[in-house]
Design a protein around this ligand. Structure first.
Ligand SMILES: Cc1ncc(COP(=O)(O)O)c(C=O)c1O
Length: 414
């Protein structure tokens, strides 16, 4: 069975018991379901139903090499947020024409490498960045393909730390300046304007901001066409949310239907850059209970061997992840504060969770941990980066071994 579900009263990934993986690979370990990853990619891709489009998976959500290769084989292109993500994508087999280069702080060194590659587009974020791209392209005698990331001043109604489409956010070019920029590019031979781009935020769980962003793109493309500026495609960014807590979110079909209905009148192909919605639900972070101790009259601390070093989201955004025992006991539920081992009070993975009784040594699965989980892991407290496992077609393999102290010290000298 695809995904994470109970089988013989034990949580399994694509039918493989998580306890067997923990036994062999240890904990904490990220466990990915290849079937879920492919299904979630296909759900968005198929929803376009023949309308011209391309999915550029957002590598920032999770750029584990094996997962990037898997998505490439499924047909995905990529969105890279640094020259190092571009390098990773190229090593994973992506052509420059399959890569869009996004990001608010592209350095001169990154642009120097990126401009001659002939990427599908460099999504520029400011007039200054555009001028730097132009200078490099002129010096190298090439025409750089650029898209303008416009800040449409749309409220994504997501967490303030992951809303990006408001004027007060650091991202993109304000609307009026973007129009002027588009007109100016027409007279700059080292630049070729191929698209306009918006990305209004992440973990968006209502359709309206996504629809408004698409309508904004379509309206702006029509205005530009009126000024004689023809684009190749429209880039609607990422942002589709995940049902972390089983609350309703936007289904891929509903999302794509809205994009297509807004953009179809322009006749332009659509690019989307989904990250979280593809990889988020495709993984659990497998952890072990290392200690239990009383908290207050009604609850107990369960100290896990995974915390903010492996999964920063709860500490960073107060993000919610479901947490489940891998082998739930047939015992009454009890209230737990599930915390990590790191020396910070904010290192709480799950607050006030009612779970079947836990014992020291038990395994728990932190659900929907595939996006912005492993990608944000750190060595704080000198904790090694966790192992990562991919379950595929009944078997499983380690796709990243657990880091060692030698690995860490290999970069250092006294
Ligand atoms: C420009 C851009 N595109 C795509 C994404 C991916 O967003 P999500 O993971 O919410 O789909 C992000 C993430 O913040 C982004 O900044």
């Amino acid at each position: 069975m695809a995904g994470f579900s109970l089988s013989d009263n034990e949580l399994a990934c694509d039918g493989v018991p998580l306890s067997a993986i923990a036994e062999s690979a240890g904990t904490p370990t990220y466990v990915y379901s290849a079937a879920t990853l492919r299904a979630r990619y296909r759900a968005i891709d198929d929803a376009f139903a023949g309308y011209p489009h391309r999915l550029h998976y957002a590598l920032k959500a999770n750029s584990a090499f094996a997962l990037v290769r898997l998505l490439g084989k499924a047909g995905s292109a990529v969105d890279a947020n640094s020259i190092w993500e571009i390098e990773l994508a190229r090593r994973a087999g992506f052509d420059p024409a399959d890569i869009v280069f996004t990001g608010v702080g592209k350095s001169d060194e990154e642009l120097e490498c990126a401009v001659p590659l002939g990427l599908r587009a460099i999504n520029v974020e400011s007039a200054g960045e555009l001028a730097r791209v132009e200078a490099i392209a002129t010096r190298r005698g090439v025409a750089a393909r650029v898209a303008i990331r416009i800040n449409p001043d749309i409220d994504a109604r997501s967490h303030p730390h992951i809303s990006t489409g408001l004027r007060i956010n650091k991202f993109g070019v304000p609307v009026d300046a973007a129009r002027e920029m588009a007109v100016s590019i027409a007279n700059r031979p080292s630049l070729r304007l191929v698209a306009i781009h918006v990305h209004v935020g992440s973990q968006i769980t209502t359709l309206e901001p996504l629809r408004r962003a698409a309508a904004f793109l379509a309206g702006t493309a029509r205005e530009l066409a009126g000024s004689g500026i023809q684009l190749e495609y429209l880039d609607a960014g990422g942002g589709l949310g995940v049902a972390y807590d089983d609350a309703p979110t936007v289904a891929p079909e509903e999302y794509v239907r809205a994009l297509v209905s807004e953009i179809r009148p322009t006749g332009l192909p659509i690019v989307v850059e989904p990250g979280r919605s593809i990889v988020g639900p495709a993984a659990v972070l497998l952890a072990r209970v290392v200690d239990l101790k009383p908290r207050d009259a009604g609850s107990t601390f369960a100290v896990l061997d995974a915390g903010m070093t492996e999964l920063l989201r709860p500490a960073l955004y107060n993000a919610f992840h479901r947490i489940e025992p891998v082998k739930p006991r047939a015992a009454a539920n009890h209230l737990y504060e599930l915390v990590g081992p790191v020396c910070e009070s904010s290192d709480v993975v799950g607050r006030d969770r009612s779970l079947p009784a836990l014992e020291q040594g038990d395994l728990v699965a932190i659900r929907d941990a595939g996006a912005y989980g492993s990608a944000m892991a750190s060595n704080y407290n000198r904790r090694p980066l966790p192992a990562e496992v991919l379950v595929d077609e009944g078997g499983w393999r380690v796709i990243r071994r657990r880091q060692t102290v030698d690995d860490m010290l290999a970069l250092e000298s006294d």
